[in-house]
Design a binder for this molecule. Structure first.
Ligand code: AR6
Length: 182
């Protein structure tokens, strides 16, 4: 599914984030940037040890923040490492922290002149964020960003499996309002 936001494309695909040819891909990291399972493990495996070397030098990243490394052996030139919140029921500022993770990822990518970027569904694996809620927050955050910044011309969500894809597609249809199908 694709929609146009101003002159940019917001796209949803089902697939593996490590295979994307966007200029940057986003990693759902932890605050120690130590690597782990899920997307994080897959990106470090596919990208090789150079990414972890750069992460060690950076040292860490607060929840809701984002840092950037090169892409190692990946097709993507950069990896943005962001840290989503661990879900504790929703009353601990999780929604704002999740929106921040998306906004800060886009801001740091924009600083490097990135024009296309792929996101996984941050916090919805090991960190336990309910998929439908996370999808709405994620899509709203990137749509708001695209409404203010035309320099990023493609944002792609790479959803792992049909359930994640459906959750994002349903939310995007719901949010579409002012956006146009292409
Ligand atoms: N491509 C796209 N999406 C994927 C892939 C992939 N290759 N693999 C898994 N997903 P998670 P989190 C989906 O757990 O919840 C790590 O250990 C997955 O199905 O990767 O933010 C880190 O080091 C889910 O929908 O990230 C942290 O400690 C989504 O990606 C912690 O987990 C996110 O799941 C971060 O947890």
């Amino acid at each position: 599914m694709r929609v146009k936001i101003n002159n940019s494309i917001l796209e949803l695909v089902e697939g593996d984030i490590t295979q994307q040819d966007t200029e940057a891909i986003v990693n759902a990291a932890n605050s120690g940037l130590r690597g782990g399972s899920g997307v994080d493990g897959a990106i470090h495996r596919a990208g090789g040890p150079q990414i972890m070397e750069e992460c060690r030098k950076i040292g860490g990243c607060p929840t809701g923040g984002a840092v950037i490394t090169t892409g190692g052996r990946l097709k993507a030139r950069y990896v943005v490492h962001t840290v989503g919140p661990i879900y504790h029921g929703g009353g601990k500022g999780e929604a704002e922290l999740l929106a921040s993770a998306y906004r800060n990822s886009l801001t740091i990518a924009l600083d490097k002149g990135v024009g296309s970027i792929a996101f996984p569904s941050i916090s919805t694996g090991a960190y336990g964020y309910p998929l439908e809620e996370a999808a709405r927050i994620a899509l709203k955050a990137v749509i708001d960003f695209l409404n203010e910044h035309g320099e990023i011309t493609l944002i792609r969500f790479v959803l792992f499996g049909p359930a994640a894809y459906k959750a994002y597609a349903d939310e995007l249809k719901f949010l579409k309002g002012s956006t146009k199908k292409v």
